[in-house]
Ligand binder design. Sequence first.
Ligand code: AMP
Ligand code: GLY
Length: 420
Amino acid sequence: MRVLLLGSGGREHAIGRALARDSEVTGLHAAPGNPGLARLAELHAIDPCDAAEVKALARRLRTDLVVIGPEAPLMAGVSDALRAAGFACFGPSRAAAMVEGSKSFAKQLMQAGGIPTAASRTCRTAAEVGAALGAFGPPYVVKADGLAAGKGVLVTSDRAAATAHAAGCGQVVIEEYLAGPEVSVFALADGTTATTLLPAQDYKRAGDADTGPNTGGMGAYAPVPWVPPHLADEVLARVITPAISELKSRGTPYQGLLYAGLALTSTGMKVIEFNARFGDPETQVILDRLATPLAGLLTAAAAGDLRQAEPPRWRPGAAVTVVIAAEGYPGTPVAGDKVESLQDLPESTGSYVLHAGTTINDGHVVTSGGRVLNVVGTGQDVAEARKAAYATVAQIRVRGGWYRSDIADLASEHARMPPA
Ligand code: AMP
Ligand code: GLY
């Protein structure tokens, strides 16, 4: 089968790598892709948010499946346009992707489905904001209602800062603070049924020990050895299934990946956020462990046929990914810095490098985005995978580049269950 993958980040490189391993995939194309994907797929320099361009490309390639990586094409209606033209597409409709596109939509959906989440209020005026901050108390959680590329959420104990953030956002959701470690659980959904993937843990803050500003994610690992063994089943029953049932009953069935970001609180698991796509960088570690051919799973989801597909199987062992970020990230990243020594990495170290924010300039790989590379380490357990990842990170030079040094450190506060 011929697959067209939309996007250009580390997530897409990981998805492309898993698709390339699937013997059913005879042609792999990416638009626009990146220098890492260029080794696996034919790249096409089109705008993945332009539905007409994507449709024309899918037609020209006689594509059997289009896989949408990032949220922007979903919000631009690319999945709707592809389905209307008869293409199998992995990625929800614009209407269903509102689980990510609007925090108030997601909250309302969770309420309708009886899904456990933080109590919240949607506020439009300064008076409503003041009342909500007063009602929930510190730490304050203020979320811009619309898409904000990971920058719309402020968690702070400073009421003035919370008020100022709200004032800059227009409509906001203000909610109860959830204390507890965070875990991401992804599900493949076909409109009616769903199947969960391996839980993973992401590191959202820029600095070690979860200090500094929020980012898109600075590292991840899977599996998560300390979560309750039935977490994924519980999330399927209490979160994913009610969400897709509710969306189906509204006439907007969910076909694609539904991402549940969870807090494991002392009073149980609660949803922090939904996303309408594979998470980045959790996907890099989850797909590393996937034994089932990926194209078959995504095709089944796109065709409403998941019930017939075999459930995902996982390779034993663990994977850890460490993000190397550009100078300036998560503010304005510096572009054009040289990435050194990628070619000289030994093959047999149990690790590999995924490209995220890179481009080729004068024959050199240079930075072109905030998160530049994702080094993935593998091993029999998280500790071994972590060692493999950091051994490779230490060999890569990016001028101005930086990374967290505590990813997948299971002894840290980040990876610890709250006392019961
Ligand atoms: P979101 O974009 O909704 O995932 O929020 C980004 C990050 O802010 C999350 O990963 C959490 O670390 C934090 N956060 C969001 N909502 C809450 C909450 N209700 N309580 C505590 N932390 C939160
Ligand atoms: N890793 C968080 C996200 O993809 O939104």
